[in-house]
Design a protein around this ligand. Structure first.
Ligand code: NA7
Length: 484
């Protein structure tokens, strides 16, 4: 007999919103989404920097059940994506499930339920917890000597200070991942002087950006098949498949094609040979997350822009001093230095069966069975948890497939046939070993640093093909789970 269950979803970003919609669709009446921030949107709330753009085509970065005709361009700017999530929440009637500024600090499994504590001191309990707390939200703020001495404005890219003037200013951007590259590109026509501090060069995949016209949007609105043609079409999926082939087999033709595209981009589009060599990486393309950009090289060659590849000695009251003595006088310093991608739901305390501590399970590295479930932590499900697929494709699609897997695991509990489910330790240990072994041989493990690597330098990612992931998510293997 169907049982009334209480669900708590942690996080109202892309995957938490997905969970709320799916639970509502199932007819679940007792669902709360706790969100620590003051608004929804996860990554798209935290990041507000100039130039913020999703590098997955806009029509592919939507929920399959909520196509959106109104995108302004092929690659959508961040604020539009945040607005899309706001709209979806209203369209699907889940706004009243979301409680903002309510941070979950503790989840303890006791007597067959999860007992939660929140930062405001309140408590709650749930039969099932969906941890949709995101990956890239704990900022990585390096300690650089002299930071406190700087008289100008200094902030992390994900803590953008809107009160700081940018036009006509002297700006330094430290870091050249996707974030630093987008910021420098956007500011290259606004700053009086823009110094991009690059510790390691990046391969840049050339892509085409173009705006959608009112006619395009009207056509998308009147015929969803036109959206589907982009979302499910070969242009996007051939790219995803090529990337995946190359990821799994770095010596494949697919990876050679990717490398060649990036190399030609550099050779053909950076004209000064000295600058070209500064921008040439000494590791393989796609080892770090590939940067998709249609205009970074153009920006890097603008008169106001300087690519600084030297070692930073210290930050001074007036700028940044390099190890070779060069002084860059700056008004603003942006730390585009990335995130601590190994944190996941932490620092929330999560204690499973017999008081088992998630921190202890993750001592070696964060892991989850097929990126979703945890041995010893019944009825605890992660969306975009550790070891899931990462790359230049839509994490919304990943989360939807993970939801399909979760829905099948909770079905017997919803039906009252079981009370709790968790993967067996043996099944998970086997997955974890196979996964780590395979991950070492992927392109991510081919010899570079990146946020994909665990503390031992092993990629913390899904190491097999996209199709293998889709297959794994299509049906959990019952024998890998224990039911109570
Ligand atoms: P990333 O991709 O982790 O990039 C961080 C950048 O910051 C990278 O260039 C680092 O250089 C640089 N970095 C980090 N610490 C330092 C210090 N101490 N000194 C100098 N440079 C430093 O973060 P992003 O925010 O750009 O992108 C994260 C993801 O968001 C992206 O992959 C997309 O999925 C969206 P390094 O390469 O380590 O030498």
């Amino acid at each position: 007999m169907a049982k009334a269950l209480r669900f708590v979803v942690i996080g109202a970003g892309m995957s938490g919103i997905l969970a709320a919609i799916k639970l509502k669709e199932q007819g679940q009446k007792d669902v709360t989404v706790y969100e620590k921030g003051a608004t929804i949107g996860g990554t798209w709330r935290e990041n507000r920097y100039p130039g913020l753009t999703c590098d997955v085509p806009a029509h592919c970065y939507t929920y399959s059940f909520a196509p959106h005709a109104d995108w302004s361009a092929f690659y959508a700017p961040g604020p539009e994506i945040k607005n899309y999530f706001e709209k979806v929440i209203d369209d699907f009637g889940v706004r009243d499930l979301i409680q903002l500024e309510r941070e979950v600090t503790e989840c303890i499994w006791r007597d067959g339920r999860w007992h939660l504590r929140l930062a405001d001191g309140s408590a709650d309990a749930a039969d099932i917890v969906i941890a949709a707390s995101g990956v890239l939200h704990h900022i990585n703020m390096p300690e650089i000597e002299g930071m406190a001495d700087f008289q100008g404005a200094l902030f992390h890219s994900a803590r953008w200070d809107d009160s700081v003037a940018l036009d006509g200013q002297r700006i330094g951007v430290i870091g050249n991942g996707s974030t630093g590259v987008q910021i420098v590109t956007a500011l290259s026509t606004r700053a009086a002087k823009l110094v991009h501090f690059q510790r390691s060069p990046q391969w840049i995949m050339p892509v085409q950006q173009f705006p959608y016209s009112d006619e395009d949007r009207a056509a998308f609105r009147s015929d969803v098949a036109k959206i589907d043609a982009i979302r499910y079409g070969d242009d996007y999926w051939n790219g995803v498949r090529r990337f995946n082939k190359g990821l799994v087999d770095p010596d494949s033709e697919a990876m050679r094609e990717i490398e060649e595209l990036c190399r030609q981009n550099l050779e053909n589009n950076v004209h000064d040979p000295v600058l070209r060599e500064k921008l040439r990486p000494n590791y393989r393309a796609a080892c770090k997350r590939l940067i998709y950009s249609w205009n970074y090289y153009e920006a890097a060659q603008r008169p106001a822009v300087e690519i600084e590849t030297g070692k930073i000695d210290r930050i001074t009251a007036t700028g940044i001093r390099m190890a070779n003595g060069t002084e860059h006088a700056l008004d603003v310093i942006v730390m585009a230095t990335g995130f601590r991608a190994d944190r996941f739901i932490r620092p929330t305390v999560v204690l499973g069966e017999d008081g088992a501590d998630l921190d202890e399970l993750w001592r070696e590295r964060p892991t989850a069975h097929y990126a979703v479930t945890l041995p010893g932590f019944p009825n605890f499900f992660m969306l975009n948890g550790p070891t899931g697929p990462v790359g230049n494709f839509s994490l919304i699609d990943i989360a939807e497939r993970q939801w399909g897997y979760i829905a099948q695991l909770i079905a017997p509990i919803v039906e009252g046939e079981a009370k709790a489910v968790a993967p067996t330790r043996e099944a998970h240990a086997d997955y974890d070993r196979r996964r780590a072994d395979a991950a070492r041989n992927t392109i991510f493990g081919s010899g570079c640093t990146s946020w994909y690597l665990d503390k031992n330098g092993v990629p913390l990612t899904w190491p097999w093909s996209y199709d293998a992931f889709a297959e794994a998510m299509s049906a959990p293997k019952r024998e890998e789970y224990s039911w109570a």
